[in-house]
Structure formats: structure tokens, C-alpha cells
Design a binder for this molecule. Structure first.
Ligand code: LFR
Length: 484
């Protein structure tokens, strides 16, 4: 099989990408793209999972229309959100979005029963209010009682296509329920949720061959013959697989999409006290790796600004408008929970500037500039923190994902962090998804080799740091903003 399809669904859009390996290069072709987002109903936020399934079918039909008769297929989506399945194999409820505010005070409730230190020692996962642990803790008990299995979103999509149930490990690790020692669901944490190990299916590693898409579905929709391969189903796990090799240089990655995930890949987790205090996570990667990283409120900030402006400006236009504004005038602490899902992002940003006695951005361009400046400064702070926690200096920052297209942010990141930024590929997530399929089905030895191929297949842009005037004063101002 020489056609490999990545289904890559993020919080704001999804795509089916066809990948082929030719002359030691990966060629990508986008066959289908669709929008995604959660909707609010009766005060709660839900994803439309059935719509996502329909889009996968539509994409596969298009693939057949383009002449693809046989393919392998991998699926990745965002993490932490789950689907409850009843005894008849049916979805029980609509799928809550992690941005729903139902978990706002849940962390405190769980902390009263088990200390954060214990949870971190067990799982190595950062405290995010929306981790599956907290979502399940607050889930309606009557509904949860009806659950026969709990699948993560991509697990569910694989299941719908084939009838095969599994819990893929990279996504499962974001539940904050996996134990680093036993490499399985942690019994104490399951007990806390009144759940049993049987509520989850077999933990499955990326690269495993799962099943064919059911014959009935292939017939009904006239699809290509599709062999499902277990991808690194957490989009960030796939994205980091798509980061090209940097031979002989010490680098950190920023996977820049709705979130900016900033970190390094390790072969062992770091779940000590300092890492816990700084709230770094050890998410499981493909092929025995760990991503030691921090979630930074990334393009979500600008996506919301764009949405509030009725999509009048493209992302490229917003970046261009921002580039013409005076820099570092107003700064916000991007990772403050107030920006997780405010009623109105623009107003929230203005309020934060007003409360901290800074210039209040009036125009959309000023708001956009405030976001990009603040993101670059966040990267500065967290990269320094990362160096300390890992004890390894970082020379280069590799930005991958959609945000690597943003020239202003890439240059600001180089300037502020004083490090070279290497930007691209933009489609790192689809590439990482396809990488696993290639490793499984083709003569490729593993991550290192596939990353070399990725590096040779796409143009990577370099941004060198420029000298900044009044840097010290800026960092002093930034430290005060972070205290807010
Ligand atoms: C990025 C991402 C992050 C995860 C967040 C919520 O798309 O998957 O890694 O923390 O979304 O699932």
C-alpha cells in the first residue's frame, strides 16, 4: 500500500491529507478540509462528533474520486475529551468540550481527596482544570454509571469505522489516569472516580495495525479499502513526531496551533518536585518517548479575536496589521485561566491591560500585537524554565504547525528569546500521523529516520535573533505582568 491518509482534527479545523513516500521525500496532498468548533447548548459546550465522522467519510469519498483505491489510515485529534459507550456499543452522551466551565472548581475537590503531589508522582501530568480526571469526576454519576467503555475522541472515530475498541496510549496519558510505573490505568485514581479497569479497552501503541474499515461502510459510501493503523492519536504527539531532526544542536519544540505546546522530547519522564511546581507535563509519545512540555495559550487568543471580528481578517492579515503596530506596548499573562474561554476575548484582553495600568489596546491591530508580543515573552519565560528543569541549554527553537507561518511571531520569538528559530513544517501533525504509518508499512527504521526524511521534504525557514533595545526594562515589565 503506497497511499497513506492522515485524518488530523484540531479544535478549529480538520483535514484529510494524503501522504506518499517518493524518492526519499514525503509528498503531501490535502484532499479534504472542514471547520470544527464546539457549540454551546443550555450553557454547556459540546463537540459534534457525528459531524466529524461524516467529514471523514466525505474525505475518503474524495480520496477515491482522486484515484485512491487502497490506503492505510491514521486518526489524530486534540486530547482529554472522551465518549461514553453503553453496553450496546452506542454513544451515550454528547461529547463535552474541555473548554466547558463545568470543571472550574473541580481540581480543588479532587485535591481534597488525593494530594496533587501524589497524582503528579503517579502520572507526571500537569494540572490543567480540564484534564479527563477532573471531567470524569464532575460528570453526571447516573450517566457515568451507564458507561460500559470510555473512549477518547480518536479512539471513538476508529471504533465507528471498524468496530474495533482500543484506548491509544498517547491520548490516554492526557487523562491523568495512567501510572508511569505500571504503564496502565492507576487503580487509586480509578477508585476515586468509581471506575474499573474494564471501563477502558486495551492500551494500544502507535504503529499497531487495528482493522480494516468495515466492509458495510466501504460498500455503503463507496470508499477505498482502508487499513486502520493506530496513529499517535493525540495531535500534539503526532505534531512532535513531525519535527525534523536537528543534528548536533540542542533544541526545543513549539507545536503552534490552537495551543502552543512548548517542550522537549525525552526518553524518561521528569516528575520531580520542581517540574510539578512549574507545572510541566510528561505526556506519552510514540515509540517510548515522553514530551516534557507546558501548554501555552496559543493561537486560541487570536482565533477568538478573529471570530469576534466575523472572520473579516485572515490570520495572515491579522499578523500583518500587528506588525505595523508599536511593539510591547500592552502585555497580558497569556496562561491566566481568564483567557481559557472568556465571553469576549477582546474585552478580556482590554480589561487585563486596564487592570494592570497599561495602555488599553483600542483597535484590532493593537489587540493582535498585544497577543503576539505576549506569546513571544511567554516562550522566553518557559524556555528558560525548561532549560533549568532539564539541565540542558537550548540553542534552537523549532516551531511547527500552523503558527510556524506567522512570520511576525517567529521573528519576535527569535528576538526575545535570543535563539535561532527554525519554522516549519506547518503540517507537522499530519506528517507525524503519516510517519507512524510509514514506519509500520515501509522500510523505515524509526523516528530518527522518518524525521530526517521530513526535514528533507519541506522548506524550513530560519529566523535569527536581532538585538533588542531596552530588553532589561521589557523583562522587568513582563515579570510584573506575570504576577497578575
Ligand atoms: C492541542 C491539544 C493539547 C491539549 C489540548 C486539549 O490541540 O491536544 O496538546 O492539551 O489540545 O486537548
Amino acid at each position: 500500500m503506497f497511499n497513506h491518509i492522515a485524518v488530523d482534527i484540531g479544535a478549529s479545523s480538520g483535514r484529510l491529507v494524503l501522504g506518499r513516500l517518493e524518492d526519499d521525500k514525503i509528498l503531501l496532498e490535502e484532499i479534504h478540509r472542514f471547520s470544527n468548533g464546539f457549540t454551546e447548548r443550555n450553557g454547556s459546550c459540546f463537540w459534534d462528533i457525528d459531524y466529524l465522522y461524516d467529514q471523514i467519510i466525505a474525505g475518503l469519498q474524495k480520496a477515491k474520486g482522486c484515484g485512491v483505491l487502497k490506503c492505510t489510515l491514521g486518526i489524530d485529534t486534540w486530547a482529554v475529551d472522551y465518549v461514553l459507550i453503553d453496553e450496546n456499543g452506542e454513544k451515550i452522551q454528547d461529547v463535552y468540550s474541555y473548554r466547558d466551565n463545568r470543571t472550574e472548581n473541580t481540581m480543588e475537590k479532587v485535591t481534597a481527596q488525593i494530594s496533587p503531589e501524589e497524582v503528579y508522582t503517579k502520572t507526571g501530568i500537569q494540572q490543567l482544570s480540564f484534564n479527563t480526571l477532573y471531567q470524569l469526576y464532575i460528570h453526571d454519576p447516573l450517566e457515568l454509571e451507564k458507561a460500559y467503555k470510555i473512549l477518547m475522541v480518536p479512539d471513538y472515530l476508529y471504533y465507528k469505522l471498524s468496530g474495533h475498541m482500543m484506548n491509544e496510549v498517547t491520548n490516554a496519558s492526557t487523562t491523568q489516569l495512567l501510572n508511569l510505573q505500571t504503564r496502565d490505568y492507576d487503580t487509586d485514581l480509578l477508585n476515586l472516580l468509581h471506575l474499573k479497569r474494564e471501563h477502558f479497552a486495551a492500551l494500544t501503541e502507535p504503529g499497531e495495525v487495528l482493522a480494516f474499515v468495515s466492509e458495510a461502510i466501504v460498500q455503503q459510501y463507496d470508499l477505498p479499502e482502508c487499513l486502520l493503523i493506530c496513529a499517535a492519536t493525540h495531535d500534539t504527539a503526532s505534531s512532535v513526531l513531525g519535527v525534523p531532526v536537528q543534528e548536533g544542536r540542542s533544541s526545543a519544540f513549539i507545536s503552534s496551533g490552537t495551543w502552543s505546546l512548548l517542550g522537549v522530547e525525552l526518553s524518561h519522564p521528569i516528575n520531580n518536585h520542581d517540574a510539578m511546581k512549574a507545572n510541566y507535563t510528561n505526556e506519552w509519545g510514540a515509540f517510548g518517548t515522553y514530551r516534557f512540555l507546558k501548554n501555552v495559550m496559543g493561537m486560541w487568543l487570536i482565533q477568538e479575536v478573529r471570530r469576534l471580528g466575523d472572520y473579516r481578517y485572515s490570520f495572515a492579515e491579522l499578523a500583518e496589521l500587528a506588525a505595523n503596530e508599536e511593539g510591547f506596548r500592552s502585555l497580558i499573562p497569556c496562561n491566566h485561566p481568564r483567557f481559557l474561554n472568556p465571553l469576549n476575548m477582546i474585552e478580556e484582553i482590554r480589561r487585563a491591560c486596564l487592570e494592570s495600568g497599561q495602555h488599553v489596546p483600542t483597535t484590532i491591530s493593537q489587540v493582535a500585537r498585544c497577543i503576539f508580543d505576549s506569546l513571544a515573552l511567554s516562550y522566553y519565560s518557559y524556555l528558560n524554565e525548561l532549560e533549568e528543569l532539564t539541565g540542558t541549554p537550548i540553542d534552537v527553537v523549532q516551531i511547527v504547525g500552523g503558527g510556524s507561518n506567522n512570520e511576525l511571531l517567529c521573528q519576535l520569538t527569535a528576538d526575545v528569546t535570543g535563539r535561532e528559530v527554525l519554522a516549519g513544517p506547518t503540517e507537522s501533525t499530519a506528517l507525524g500521523n503519516i510517519a507512524v504509518q510509514l514506519i509500520r508499512t515501509r522500510d523505515i527504521s524509526g523516528i530518527h529516520e522518518v524525521r530526517k526524511i521530513i526535514g528533507n521534504s519541506f522548506e524550513i525557514k530560519s529566523y535569527l535573533p536581532r538585538k533588542m533595545a531596552n530588553f532589561k526594562e521589557l523583562i522587568n515589565r513582563w515579570s510584573l505582568v506575570l504576577l497578575l
